[in-house]
Design a protein around this ligand. Structure first.
Ligand code: FAD
Length: 283
């Protein structure tokens, strides 16, 4: 059964790039930048991976033509990571050729822990060739992040720091929110000290307030980093931060394959479920 898109509208900008453009333009109007994400996960055949690559390329060119303030976020499993690593790297490099030509930026999202090692390996290879046109994501809840963060900082990588969205076992990831927050702070300090422009992805007021306080204490100006949040969450906070002079970027997903992303957002926060239920009864 196909669920109606109206359910997901709160968290997903549209089922196509064209439908998402007005939402991106509205955010840009409020001084907020965007990163667009074509929804989907784990492509298992080359035909679909090739189609996804062409969709991503069209997206980069579409953003360029529309003159909107947006980078893109991608998933390597959508470019064939489960099929063959070299094939996936070739696809990534084809995409980055376009990003470089248009002077654009591609962020590689981080997926479940089975993919961390290979994602970071392919990122390092891409970074060596495409430099500032490519970035990656680090999840504070992973134990291995203690070792990964200094290595990425060393090469001046463009890192989005988040807590981590996947369900991971204790041997792989911290489980307690208090420990994840402390790890987030430790890694944020390293990124702020060693990398040119870290991206702080969180909706957590405790972390947002801490980042503001810490950077203020350390004399780190608001132009040295960026806050990132997900579409449909804390828009007022995004606008407030932008009004205070911070850089803010919203992650805007779109596409027909919205169900897994939408389900993750509902699991994260019970208020989201109430919001969606209430929209079901509105015209
Ligand atoms: C831009 C962006 C990109 C991301 N990319 C990835 C990725 O590539 N890989 C990955 O694994 N994960 C990614 N994530 C998801 C991330 O890992 C977390 O799962 C997600 O952000 C939830 O953690 P949180 O810190 O935002 O807040 P949570 O841990 O969900 O919430 C902590 C507290 O923050 C407050 N809060 C949270 N939401 C709201 C709200 N809407 N309104 C008011 N208060 C609220 C509440 O007090 C809550 O108790 C991304 C997140 C963002 C924002």
């Amino acid at each position: 059964m196909k669920l109606p898109f109206a359910l997901a509208r709160r968290f997903v900008a549209g089922e196509s790039f064209e439908q998402s453009i007005p939402k991106v333009a509205d955010l840009n109007e409020s001084g907020i930048k965007v990163t667009l994400d074509l929804l989907g996960e784990n492509v298992k055949d080359r035909k679909t991976a090739d189609e996804t690559l062409h969709h991503y390329i069209d997206l980069l060119n579409g953003i360029h033509e529309q003159d909107i303030q947006s980078s893109i976020s991608i998933k390597l499993t959508m470019l064939g990571l489960d099929i063959d690593h070299t094939y996936c790297r070739d696809n990534l490099f084809s995409l980055l050729d376009v990003a470089k030509k248009n002077d654009q930026f591609v962020r590689i999202d981080m997926e479940g822990s089975d993919y961390t090692e290979v994602t970071l390996k392919l990122f390092r290879e891409a970074h060596a060739v495409y430099g500032r046109h490519v970035g990656v994501v680090i999840q504070a809840y992973l134990h291995r992040t203690k070792k990964d963060i200094p290595e990425l900082a060393e090469i001046g990588a463009d890192v989005r720091l988040c807590k981590g969205a996947y369900s991971e076992p204790e041997r792989v990831a911290l489980q307690k929110m208090s420990a994840i927050r402390e790890a987030y702070k430790e890694y944020a300090k390293i990124l702020l000290e060693k990398t040119p422009y870290p991206r702080m992805a969180t909706h957590d007021s405790l972390l947002i307030d801490w980042i503001k306080e810490y950077t203020n204490e350390q004399g780190i100006g608001p132009a040295r980093f960026e806050f990132q949040m997900l579409y449909g969450m804390r828009l007022d906070t995004c606008k407030q931060l932008a009004g205070e002079g911070y850089y803010v970027r919203v992650y805007v997903p779109y596409g027909t394959m919205w169900l897994p992303y939408f389900t993750r957002r509902l699991k994260e926060r019970k208020e989201n479920i109430w919001f969606v239920l209430s929209t079901m009864f509105k015209k």
